[in-house]
Design a protein around this ligand. Structure first.
Ligand SMILES: *Cc1c(COP(=O)(O)O)cnc(C)c1O
Ligand SMILES: *[C@@H]1O[C@H](CO)[C@@H](O)[C@H](O)[C@H]1NC(C)=O
Length: 505
């Protein structure tokens, strides 16, 4: 390498190459420079949220950015360009005006945690190879169970690759509790089992039903009130109906913070029915679980301590970098019993330490990413009170939005009353639709408004917000706030932008 300039150098001169230390440090500092520049711009409101390109444009390659893999090694210079362009054509999910997803924001401590995690590059299988991370996971899960309200923080749990997987764990554990023989004999060892969930449910329960062999037909959807909360009387009627058909009601999924409306099901009333009919109660707090950290808002989840299992995604409301999701189980031992296979090459019983810390056999995965460290580090850095302040602030912002638009000309709320979570669901009516009586034509036209505005938003790159239809309701905007960088001025901006882009539709 003395004969070539640094940047035309190839990666094979980096560590572990002989004399590779110097170029390695230089290269990594360049990478850090790219990342810190990106971070600085992400928080700068004059930067766009995204620089949108169509798939074919990115595939064709733009100005030296080529996605095709190469047979020959490329120079470090090109590698740095690739890093820069990857960020350039992506979406700045930490931007104060990014409202598109339930996970948004860029927490600096969390990011540092993720860097450290990748540097450590280990696996959560066993205490043997992840001693510190395994202990952090155990301690954090216990703390989360205390916050849920289980005495002494007793119980079990594991971090999983996301809420959908955490929900799937809950169904597996419930089935194992009531029909443990399914683990060895398969579903033919059980009667026809029924799962219940809200009609507003995230589709992950249906997926779990299909993947676990229950069958989508045995996932029964429960009616909701106009605010999107499950109606307990409908649950009881459907339980009775299933029993009359000779089926076995197994599992009820109550939602704490539904994905679109942000609705909280009445957990206590559902828990009463689960006790009466001897069913497993799961609370899906993927989105709403974060509210448990707020003394002001945690009453919305009252009754959660009666759940048998809880999904809670710190990567949503708590702003932890993706991915970070926990499944918590009240009864100890079930998770292990349900999933363990005792692979001899990982979980040797005759190790020199307490092998109950080899928690990896509770997982349905083999290898498991270290998701705990960034969360643990954020908790250390903010304290429980810092999370509380973050949650309260996000809810205040959505209240601000709700108050601002509920009586504003050109807006219609999808449901009446204060939102329970940060979800604010609304239609924007361009002047051409205002005053038009409700009729199929109006519905058809209104259905197209949100997608058009969204497309223009993305093309101008100024902000992003989600939309969707729900039941018989045509496309509406779903605004959510979980981004700690967002302020009232960003909410104002969103409204101005919707009006600017939508006024001539
Ligand atoms: C987001 C969400 C999920 C799925 O979580 P992922 O982490 O995206 O897998 C499940 N349930 C609810 C209520 C959600 O909002
Ligand atoms: C429960 O309901 C919620 C939302 O309503 C949904 O996200 C989740 O996937 C459901 N499923 C399970 C297994 O809990």
């Amino acid at each position: 390498f003395p004969f070539c300039t640094f940047w035309s150098m190839l990666s094979l001169y980096l560590l572990p190459a002989k004399n590779g230390e110097e170029p390695t440090m230089q290269f990594l500092l360049e990478v850090v420079d790219i990342l810190t520049n990106y971070i600085r711009k992400t928080f700068d409101r004059s930067t766009k949220v995204l620089d949108f390109h169509h798939p074919h444009q990115l595939l064709e390659g733009i100005e030296g950015f080529n996605l095709e893999l190469s047979d020959q090694p490329e120079s470090l210079e090109q590698i740095l360009v690739d890093c820069r362009d990857t960020l350039k054509y992506g979406v700045r999910t930490g931007h104060p005006r990014f409202f598109n997803q339930l996970s948004s924001g860029l927490d600096i401590i969390g990011l540092a945690g993720e860097w450290l995690t990748s540097t450590a590059n280990t696996n959560m299988f066993t205490y043997e190879i992840a001693p510190v991370f395994v202990l952090m996971e155990q301690l954090t899960l216990k703390k989360m169970r205390e916050i849920v309200g289980w005495p002494g923080g007793e119980g079990d749990g594991i971090f999983s690759p996301g809420g959908a997987i955490s929900n799937m764990y809950s169904v597996m554990v419930a089935r194992y509790k009531y029909y443990p023989e399914v683990k060895t004999k398969g579903m033919s060892a059980a009667p026809r089992l029924i799962l219940f969930t809200s009609e507003h449910s995230h589709y992950s329960i249906k997926k779990a039903g299909a993947a676990l062999g229950f069958g989508v037909e045995n996932v029964i959807l429960l009616k909701c009130d106009e605010r999107g909360r499950v109606i307990p009387a409908d649950l009881e009627a459907k339980i009775i109906d299933a029993k009359q058909k000779g089926y076995v009601p197994l599992f009820v999924n109550a939602t704490a913070g539904s994905t679109v409306y942000g609705a909280f099901d009445p957990i206590n009333e559902i828990a009463d029915l689960c006790e009466k009919y001897n069913m497993w109660l799961h609370v899906d707090g993927a989105w709403g679980g974060g509210l448990l950290m707020s003394r002001k808002h945690r009453h919305k989840l009252s009754g959660i301590e009666r759940a048998n299992s809880v999904t809670w995604n710190p990567h949503k409301m708590m702003g932890v970098p993706l991915q970070c999701s926990a499944i918590l189980v009240r009864e100890k031992g079930l998770l292990q019993g349900c999933n363990q296979m005792c692979a001899g090459y990982l979980f040797q019983p005759d190790k020199q330490y307490d092998v109950t810390y080899d928690t990896g056999d509770k997982a349905i995965q083999c290898g498991r990413h270290v998701d705990i460290f960034k969360f643990w580090l954020m908790w250390k850095a903010k304290g429980t009170s810092g999370f509380e302040q973050h949650i309260n602030k996000c809810l205040e912002l959505s209240e601000y939005l709700y108050t601002k638009i509920k009586n504003r000309e050109g807006y219609e709320m999808v449901f009446q009353g204060e939102p329970q979570h940060t979800n604010v669901c609304f239609w924007y009516l361009p002047p051409s639709l205002r005053g038009m009586p409700d009729c199929p034509e109006r519905r058809e036209r209104l259905h197209k408004v949100a997608p058009k505005i969204k497309a223009m938003m993305m093309e101008s790159g100024t902000t992003m917000v989600g939309y969707q239809p729900q039941g018989d309701k045509v496309n509406f905007f779903r605004m959510v706030v979980s981004n700690p960088a967002a302020t009232k001025s960003d909410i104002d901006f969103l409204i101005e932008e919707i009006e600017r882009l939508g006024q001539d539709l």
